[in-house]
Design a protein around this ligand. Structure first.
Ligand SMILES: Cc1cc2nc3c(=O)[nH]c(=O)nc-3n(C[C@H](O)[C@H](O)[C@H](O)COP(=O)(O)OP(=O)(O)OC[C@H]3O[C@@H](n4cnc5c(N)ncnc54)[C@H](O)[C@@H]3O)c2cc1C
Length: 498
């Protein structure tokens, strides 16, 4: 069989695009097949009535200028493209039960001071816990981040920086809650650490790997949170542009329905229209569930995947509201990202914690003059949106949206009166437009696991098939899936002898 391509990547999420661009930059012939009209997946966008809405991610890590963990900056540079970014002075403004009101300032000292002033008895514990996070981050940030499945790289990186490597090995099986409880006793402060984890891992601290926590809790003060000018969708657009510049190709409206196997090897893909493409290596940027249960026969689920599914389940998706609002709704000094929770016992419940992002505070050009975008979302299970008639579905969207807006009135009084535009999405919407099974945000542990030790890397049980994205090490988030893309492309480059 003649291979048209060295590598085919199914899907153009950030994980898929980083894999593709890294490989194209190394000289591989790469084809990306994307089912949607634009690249980006959960980091995409849509436009309505003069607003440009991010579909998902908007708190962006990885755009720092130093160290090794600034993987989005590096991914763009590798294919000679760049993006203007706008620094966000506050990562999150928390509005929590019992009037606990905390801002995570970009400036580390200001954040620690604000948190310690709220928990004066725990001043030392706070400093010690976050200092542990810095230890993880400093180890990560001093080594090249590539494939942990490649022995040559592991040996090289170990001899270059043995202390950092040994440091990371120590933290790999730990969860953030294990360390938080070592230093902190106040139950309210431990709940705060829980929500610090929950807001990106969608599980509490006890179940959140320490490696991820170390990365998030430190990089927000190091590289910082930076918003791409023109919207989050620009990241994928620029990577796609870089891919073409480097000789690769991206094809839209190209939904892959099957991975073609020959002699137990993945050798190609088939599209919805029957068109087949062949390559030496196939990469799936779809979730592991989609990859192994839809693109391959579900009855042949490899043992390794069966084990993984026993450990990890699909997280809920989100109920999303994309709002256009009059600028007077936002008081002076409003921050870009907010988390709202009224009752600690509801943190992990359906529509418990509310997330808010107001990107127009950083980039006003995303909305018409005099208006802002508020993207607010809250976890919601697909099952609550199924088996409804179209009328019932519409009615539930309206009533749930109204309840969300009502709750947000506590932070943004006058929100409802100031609405100019409103669009509501559910887990069904994300399933349809982002191609994610059950509209899930990604995998979460079914029970307490040993940190990141059980998260799979990029090679799979099927020869010639690799996975990349948020259901591979190290998990969800744009910088995390970029890490997965660097690792995947490195492993494939070694396998192809590039
Ligand atoms: C509401 C929300 C808010 C978020 N907020 C943040 C945030 O603030 N910061 C942050 O860092 N992260 C955030 N995230 C998480 C982040 O967006 C994701 O972890 C990340 O974008 C996932 O990237 P990925 O590479 O795994 O692929 P995905 O984004 O899932 O993209 C996969 C791509 O593959 C395509 N595809 C799938 N199946 C096929 C097929 N069969 N054929 C062809 N194409 C296919 C899809 O269309 C899609 O384009 C958020 C996510 C959501 C949903």
């Amino acid at each position: 069989m003649s291979h048209q391509w060295d590598v085919i990547v199914i899907g153009s999420g950030i994980g898929g695009l980083v894999t593709a661009t890294q490989l194209a930059a190394k000289g591989a012939k790469v084809l990306v097949l994307e089912s949607y009209l634009i690249p980006g997946g959960s980091a995409g966008y849509f436009e309505r009535s003069g607003y440009r809405f991010d579909v998902g991610a908007s708190m962006i890590f990885g755009f720092g200028q130093k160290g090794t963990t600034n993987l989005l900056t590096r991914a763009l540079e590798s294919v000679n493209v760049s993006l203007e970014t706008i620094p966000d002075p506050v990562q999150i403004h928390y509005h929590l039960p019992d009037r606990l009101d905390i801002k995570v300032h970009r400036d580390y000292k200001s954040f620690i001071e604000e948190l310690s002033n709220n928990f004066p008895e725990e001043r030392e514990g706070i400093a010690s816990f976050y200092a542990e996070c810095w230890k993880v981050f400093n180890c990560l940030n001093s080594i090249e981040l590539l494939s942990l499945e490649e022995l040559g790289y592991l040996t090289r990186v170990f001899f270059q920086n043995p202390l950092a490597c040994l440091g990371l090995v120590k933290y790999l099986p730990l969860n953030a809650g294990d360390l938080a409880r070592r230093y902190i006793k106040d139950p309210r402060l431990l709940k705060f650490i829980d929500i610090e984890c929950y807001c990106w891992s969608v599980v509490k601290a006890d179940w959140t790997p320490m490696i991820n926590a170390g990365m998030v809790f430190s990089d927000r003060h190091y590289g910082g949170i930076n918003y791409p000018k023109g919207g989050v969708g620009k990241i994928a657009e620029k990577l796609a542009e870089g891919l073409e510049k480097a000789g690769g190709h991206i094809q839209y409206k190209s939904r892959v329905t099957r991975i073609v196997m020959e002699k137990k090897r993945a050798v190609g893909v088939e599209l919805f229209n029957g068109q087949k493409y062949y390559a030496k290596k196939i990469v799936s940027n779809a979730t592991r569930w989609d990859t192994f249960e839809k693109l391959l026969p579900a009855e042949d689920l490899p043992k390794k995947e069966q084990r993984w599914q026993k450990r990890y389940q699909k997280s809920p998706g989100f109920l999303n509201l994309h709002l256009g609002v009059k600028e007077e709704v936002l008081p002076a000094g409003t921050e870009c990202h907010h988390i709202l929770l009224e009752d600690w016992s509801k943190m992990e419940e359906e529509q418990g914690t509310i997330f808010v992002s107001i990107p127009t505070l950083l980039d006003p050009d995303l909305a018409p003059p005099g208006y802002h975008i508020i993207h607010t979302f809250t976890p919601s299970w697909l099952e609550n949106w199924q088996e409804l008639s179209p009328k019932e579905y519409q009615a539930k969207k309206e009533s749930d949206a109204n309840r969300l807006i009502e709750r947000l009135e506590s932070v943004f009084p006058g929100l409802e009166a100031g609405l100019d535009y409103q669009e509501c999405g559910t887990p069904k919407t994300h399933r349809r437009f982002l191609g994610r099974i059950e509209g899930t945000y990604g995998p979460i542990p079914r029970y307490k696991l040993p940190g990141l030790l059980t998260m799979p890397f990029n090679r799979t049980a099927i020869s010639g098939l690799y996975c990349v994205g948020d259901s591979t090490f190290p998990g969800q988030g744009l910088n995390a899936v970029a890490f997965s893309g660097f690792a995947c492309s490195h492993r494939i480059a070694v396998d192809l002898g590039l």
